[in-house]
Write a protein that binds this ligand. Structure first.
Ligand SMILES: [Zn+2]
Length: 106
């Protein structure tokens, strides 16, 4: 669980205990407004360092994890995902025909 998730969890319990967005915001430095609390609870994680520090979050967001499960420094996945070409000769004829007719990659 990240610091951000912990923050949301604690705010959710404060909300269900009857606290308002306003009163949660008031327990943080003045730059945190009730709109910040609302947006953060709806899933927005602030990038701005001054907001993150005011909330007690790590200065930078954790790097997003790729769908392959690794963190990359590039926008594209660099994991070797080269697909092996299917062995067309070992495919049953009906299956090969279906793939070709449906223009599925083989
Ligand atoms: Zn990847």
């Amino acid at each position: 669980m990240t610091e951000y998730d912990k923050l949301i969890t604690s705010w959710k319990s404060r909300r269900s205990a009857g606290e308002t967005y306003e009163s949660i915001a008031r327990s943080y430095p003045a730059e945190i407004t009730r709109a910040h609390v609302y947006k953060i609870m709806k899933g927005w994680e602030p990038d701005a360092v001054h907001l993150r520090q005011a909330l007690g979050l790590p200065t930078y967001k954790p790097a997003p994890v790729c769908k392959c499960g690794e963190v990359h420094t590039t926008k594209r996945c660099t994991k070797n995902t080269a697909r092996k070409a299917a062995d067309l000769f070992s495919l049953p004829v009906a299956e090969l025909r279906r793939r070709l007719e449906e223009r599925e990659e083989v």
